[in-house]
Design a protein around this ligand. Structure first.
Ligand code: ZN
Length: 387
């Protein structure tokens, strides 16, 4: 049986059925249901799409975050490393400062008087640096002629009193003041000097300033060439052994008289003065080595310099012959040699051999011969200062 309510429901149902049929025809309900289904599907699609989009955004964000964290971690590690290095450096510096007084003792300063300071500066200016060589022009010699300091006068660090003069201090340098100065005079020059000069201080006897020297017909060389070649080799050996070497010339084209050569040695405060020459006589068979020095009665030189000059002559000749095997001839001590009489230190003229003898002329001109002679003479210098 149908109650009133049911009747109303049926009526409503019929009402919607009628309206649907009006809207969509007799199959209106089916079409409506399809429409609803389509709507549901569309809604689902939108929801899924949103979900996927969210998911993609999420993963991109996470990736970015991971990169950021990695970067932060790296930066932090770098900051820590830098901090650690700075701390270690500071610790090392502190340790070094603490250890400095014992690990590397600071050399005590040397105190000199004002006079000593000036004298040392003047002496150093005059002679150059130990272990080097210098060429003195005659102008230099004249300029420095006022210097009368001998090596003994040069203040030595050991002897100075720190309490002597407050205020002036010199920090010692690695190179000590030069102790041994050798002046080498390569005999003669390209052109002789025919003018004359006194053969000794206050002497009335005049001698030619510079003679032309010998010529070796076998070697085809001039004496002044061989003299300079050996002198340069001797210079190099002496410098390598720590001597200070002063050369009167290092070229042939000079005009320096024998008096001037001696004055150069004096201006340089040389301890010894070695004059390099070759011999020449008419007899071609004569050969051997000899040195000229002052005679014992030389009036231009003090006795001590005469004796030391003769000792220098002996050690130079003997040491050259020991290396070269040449014959040692008697040395000649006489008082007519200008370059000896004007010297103010032990002096020797080395006659290295005879250019008038074929064997010695070729030996003197040869590279090997010159090397041997230079080595022998350098040994002689060592022997002189050791004696
Ligand atoms: Zn000569």
């Amino acid at each position: 049986m149908m109650c009133y309510t049911d009747s109303i429901r049926v009526q409503k149902s019929l009402y919607w059925e009628v309206r649907m049929k009006k809207l969509f025809g007799s199959n209106g309900l089916s079409v409506a249901m399809i429409l609803v289904g389509v709507l549901i599907l569309a809604a689902s699609g939108i929801l899924i799409g949103m979900q996927v989009g969210n998911s993609m955004r999420q993963s991109a964000y996470e990736e970015e975050l991971a990169q950021k964290r990695e970067y932060e971690a790296k930066a932090q590690a770098e900051r820590e490393a830098a901090l650690k290095a700075a701390q270690e450096a500071a610790q090392a510096e502190a340790a070094q400062n603490t250890a400095a007084p014992t690990a590397t003792p600071i050399p005590a300063d040397i105190t000199m008087t004002t006079e000593q300071l000036a004298a040392a500066a003047e002496a150093i200016k005059g002679v150059g640096v130990a272990g080097t060589s210098t060429v003195f022009s005659y102008a230099d010699a004249q300029k420095n002629a006022g210097i009368s300091l001998s090596t003994e006068d040069v203040p030595q660090p050991e002897g100075t009193d720190a309490a002597q003069t407050p205020g002036i201090t010199i920090t010692p340098t690695p190179t000590p003041l030069p102790s041994k100065i050798v002046c080498i005079d390569p005999g003669h020059q390209a052109e002789e000097m025919t003018d004359t000069e006194p053969n000794g201080p206050n002497s009335t006897e005049m001698k030619q300033k510079v003679t032309s020297g010998a010529y070796g017909e076998f070697s085809g060389k001039n004496e002044y060439e061989i003299n300079l070649e050996v002198s340069l080799k001797l210079r190099d050996i002496l410098v390598s052994r720590g001597y200070t070497v002063v050369m009167t010339r290092e070229t042939h084209d000079v005009t320096i008289s024998n008096v001037e050569r001696a004055q150069i040695a004096t201006a340089a405060n040389a301890n010894i003065f070695i004059r390099i020459h070759c011999n020449d006589v008419d007899e071609s068979e004569v050969n051997g080595v000899l040195c000229y020095g002052p005679a014992s009665d030389n009036t231009y030189l003090p006795q001590e310099i005469i004796e030391n000059s003769q000792r220098l002559c002996e050690v130079l000749r003997d040491n050259q012959c020991a290396v070269t095997g040449q014959k040692a001839l008697n040395n000649l001590y006489q008082n007519d040699m200008t370059g000896i009489n004007w010297a103010s230190m032990p002096v020797s003229i080395v006659e290295m051999g005879f250019m008038s003898n074929e064997t010695e002329d070729l030996f003197l001109a040869s590279e090997e011969g010159q090397n041997q002679i230079a080595e022998g003479l350098a040994n002689g210098v060592d022997a002189y200062f050791a004696g």
